[in-house]
Design a protein around this ligand. Structure first.
Ligand code: ADP
Length: 270
């Protein structure tokens, strides 16, 4: 065994040990960026934590980490002990770790080269001490390349929740994501159709902005569970930009919240 193999085995053991205290791990994936993957991960994390469950939210989207912004995380995490990252406690029920919190200067582009990406993701996952959790939601890099593959291999007992928008250009990539999960033997929790029709801010009627129902049809064709649809609502953009998704979750009669409530029930019963 080479020193590299030894180190890798030790890291695998550490990952298994640390993630062994987490009941359910959900990888939130998407075929492409911009479909609302981070928003779905963050929103579900909030809703689960509001149910009194212990929840972790991990953002390992190397090129577009956005969880810290969406949730207005006001600080870093504790790295005072070597090899241990203590997550940021957003609330007693919700802990957050985002790569963004480590990257320092705002708006700096980080150039990650091939092998560096893989070791950064593995190192990052292995160093975080979450403690006991009911759920860990992982905002995974989009697509089916090296980065999501590394995340999937690093957390092999995770379930994939795949986010898409209804139009064909997004669905084509989701089919690849489903095949990717099948190839790496990852359980597919199901598909969520985000931005499924838009609610007109004036009359409240549904407007088919990116179409509607494409995600459900595709899920049926690909023989994977369909978990639900979330409408597009400009309030989501405003709340995300302000870093106040939490504020939005408390407006219970909004159609997006009714839809998220249904999605939550499905996730809890799977
Ligand atoms: P991704 O992680 O897939 O790149 P994000 O979660 O960052 O996507 O979302 C991209 C943009 O879409 C953000 O501005 C976000 O606020 C917005 N968004 C996400 N979901 C919805 C929705 N249901 N309605 C309206 N805007 C949304």
């Amino acid at each position: 065994m080479t020193p590299g193999d030894f180190e890798r085995n030790e890291q695998d053991k550490q990952i298994a040990d640390r993630l062994g205290k987490v009941d359910r791990k959900i990888l939130v994936m998407s075929g492409k960026g911009g479909v609302g993957k981070s928003t779905v991960a963050a929103y579900l994390a909030f809703l689960l934590s509001k149910k009194g469950l212990k929840v972790g939210l991990l953002d390992v989207d190397l090129h577009g980490p956005s969880i810290a912004k969406l949730m207005k995380v006001q600080g870093g995490f504790d790295m005072s002990q070597k090899g241990i990252v203590k997550p940021y406690a957003f609330s007693p029920q919700l802990s957050i770790v985002s790569l963004e919190m480590m990257l320092g200067e705002k708006d700096m582009a980080v150039i990650w080269r091939g092998p560096m990406k893989i070791s950064a993701i593995r190192q990052f996952v292995s160093d975080i001490e979450w403690g006991d959790l009911d759920f860990l939601l992982v905002d995974s890099p989009p697509g089916t390349g090296d980065e999501p593959l590394t995340v999937a291999q690093t957390i092999p007992d995770a379930e994939a929740l795949i986010v898409t928008t209804p139009q064909e250009i997004s669905l084509a990539d989701v089919r690849k994501s489903i095949n990717f999960c099948r190839q790496v033997n990852m359980k597919i929790l199901g598909v969520v159709e985000n931005m499924s029709g838009q609610l007109c801010p004036h009359c409240g009627e549904q407007v088919p902005l990116f179409g509607q129902g494409g995600g459900e049809k595709m899920a049926r064709e690909m023989d994977v569970p369909f978990l639900g649809s979330i409408p597009a609502d400009a309030k989501m953009v405003t709340a995300g930009d302000k870093g106040d998704l939490e504020g939005l979750t408390s407006q219970q009669d909004l159609e997006i919240n009714v839809a998220y409530g249904d999605l939550l029930k499905v996730v809890l019963t799977q």
